[in-house]
Design a protein around this ligand. Structure first.
Ligand SMILES: Cc1cc2nc3c(=O)[nH]c(=O)nc-3n(C[C@H](O)[C@H](O)[C@H](O)COP(=O)(O)O)c2cc1C
Length: 368
């Protein structure tokens, strides 16, 4: 992949796209220099903006918890270029980072962007920009007619790199239709965000009605899903050892430890605080992904050290695409890539395997 820009040039472009996004997103998101949920707290009583649910605690506390993890440096070592590459879903990536699924773009949000004016163009910019920089995009879902199709339309152009994240629709026909669409698009994997049952106000007006309503799944049904599809299945929205152990029984490829960016519950634990415990409970048998509050290569490093295989980033990718289109996603991925390289060198890690638990110190361990 092309990492032909140095970090300074990447940062200049990044800043330019941030400024452009600020002009567009101002009604919903200030595009703060530090995206930590403080400025958007209390703006909404639901998740219809880039903020989070209610008082934003589910967003703010996650960022605070991540900041309380510190990295130990070790700068005397042989000179080398750290290797951030990883194999996932049978594909090779330059970095263990993905754009988390963000639905509702250009349905609830109608902001202008010079790069796109519909959902599928937005998704195309995200998918291709992340892919071009050696990363990948996961795609969101929505009840609106044609939304899901638009999200995944560009996946064939990246040879399947993209993870459609399907809501657990109460209407199983609707759910399976999306599974088939994903397979037909050649997607390398699918995910389902089971925690979106917490978004009931949005989808569950008429549970069971066509294309309306999300509902929970039991272990048996998830097992059937994993058996029925010939691509890896990931369960998103796992926030306890209890749930993680249940997922392990389904033979799913992986889990995403996530609190949906604080959108489903105000008083959740922080995903970063769950990683070590869940990894210890599951061992190496299953991939562990995590998202929530990740804003830099250093944040990625912290989560890998605690036991994650790869890390998702939500809002900042959406902001980057609004401000810079495909190049926005490309530049943002490169920014994270260079930051990860930098911290690996400072902490003496040649490869991702060298990012071990002893490289980080978790302050205030009594949080959980
Ligand atoms: C506006 C918005 C829309 C989202 N839509 C989806 C979605 O459709 N599917 C999903 O699995 N997660 C969705 N999420 C959650 C993200 O995938 C991710 O878990 C979260 O944003 C990570 O936190 P971060 O934004 O702090 O990086 C959404 C989050 C936001 C803020």
């Amino acid at each position: 992949m092309k990492h032909n820009m140095n970090l300074n040039d990447v940062l200049i472009k990044y800043d330019e796209y941030q400024k452009a996004a600020r002009k567009i997103l101002k009604p919903s998101c200030n595009v703060c220099k530090i995206c930590n949920g403080l400025a958007c707290a209390g703006r909404n009583t639901n998740s219809l903006e880039f903020g989070a649910k209610g008082n934003n605690a589910g967003f703010i506390n996650v960022c605070k918890a991540l900041a309380d993890i510190r990295i130990e440096m070790d700068v005397i070592h042989e000179n080398y270029e750290p290797d951030t590459s990883i194999e996932l879903f049978g594909h090779q990536f330059d970095l263990p980072v993905f754009a988390s699924p963000i639905g509702k773009i250009l349905t609830d949000y109608t902001f202008d962007s010079k790069f796109f004016n519909n959902n599928s163009m937005y998704a195309e910019a995200l998918i291709k920009g992340a892919y071009e920089a050696g990363g990948m995009a996961w795609l969101g879902d929505n009840a609106e007619e044609g939304y899901f199709e638009g999200q995944i339309a560009s996946i064939p152009e990246t040879g399947g790199v993209g993870v459609p994240t399907i809501k657990p629709w109460a209407n199983r026909e609707e759910f399976w239709k999306r599974v088939k669409l994903s397979q037909d698009a050649g997607a390398m994997a699918i995910a389902t965000d089971l925690d979106s049952i917490g978004l009931g106000y949005q989808y569950s007006v008429q549970v069971g009605a066509k294309n309306e309503g999300v509902c929970s799944r039991d272990v048996e049904e998830l097992k059937e899903l994993v058996e029925a599809v010939d691509i890896p299945v990931v369960i998103k929205g796992v926030m306890s050892v209890k749930t993680a152990v249940k997922v392990a029984k389904t033979n799913a490829y992986g889990i995403v430890i996530s609190n949906h960016g604080g959108n489903v519950i105000e008083n959740s634990l922080a995903p970063c605080d769950m990683v070590e415990e869940i990894r210890n409970a599951l061992g190496d048998s299953i991939k562990i992904f995590v998202d929530g509050g990740v804003r830099s290569g250093e944040d990625v490093f912290k989560l890998l050290a605690l036991g994650a295989d790869a890390v998702g980033i939500g809002r900042p990718y959406a902001v980057s695409v609004y401000g810079g289109g495909q190049d926005g996603a490309y530049i943002y991925t490169q920014k994270i890539y260079w930051e990860l390289i930098n911290i690996m060198r400072l902490a003496n890690c040649r490869t991702l395997e060298d990012i071990t638990r002893d490289k980080v110190v978790v302050l205030n361990k009594n949080r959980i």
